[in-house]
Design a protein around this ligand. Sequence first.
Ligand SMILES: [Zn+2]
Ligand SMILES: [Zn+2]
Length: 262
Amino acid sequence: MLYRTDYHIHTTFSDGKAEPRDYILPALKAGLSEIGFSEHIALFAENTSWCMDPGNTGNYIRYLDNLRKERSDIIIRTGLEVDYYPGKEKVTGDYLDKFDLDYRIGSVHYLGDMSVDNGPEYYEGRNIDILFENYFNMVIDAVSSGLFDIIAHCDLIRIFGFKPAQSPEYLYRKLARRMKEAGVAFEVNTNGRNRPIADFYPDRRFLSIFFEEGVPICVNSDAHMPERVGQYFDEAYELVKNAGYTEMAVFEKRVRKMKKIT
Ligand SMILES: [Zn+2]
Ligand SMILES: [Zn+2]
């Protein structure tokens, strides 16, 4: 039997369109063995309309605890997608340590004050090579922080299709090596297909680098609505297998285990 998980899902607790319970049937239909929720937490963002109120995390965890009691047909995991802010590791860690989570997904959405996924204007007139380098370095710092178990959309900087002049392969290699050393997993994020880049994160040309370096992998939808749970997973798993992977990372109480992809 196929063992599939989807650990990156947003609901009305942050910027998703439906409650967690509304995602269960679609997850079963998609053949998932585990579903995990990961509401946005951005402790230092100025505009927080897309985030869960950090004071509401206890309610979110209780909601999922109750839902877990109702369902014996699927494993429900509790996670968060947390923005990484350089220099704020201690405050972020102290906040996260208060909660009993199955995993923490670390994200870089902001470079400085600007979110890299808001619009293409951000990229116009900028040196794309430098932007890529800055973005990857920030992700590497997030990996090194020790705060996270999984890194989300590790090359979100591709979102609007702006390409560096130089091949970014060395950035993927550097990131993958750091992830392996730090024991942090990455995700194939299928939601990139629904965004302007119209393809998964990370860049499929470099997926085998993560395998060569021994980085654990997850496949996630980053769904913000129930019909996108497990979206494009058949294609994503083909890619993952073609890159050499035979097992996936699963998480419970922040302990990682590997499951065979069959
Ligand atoms: Zn994200
Ligand atoms: Zn997300």
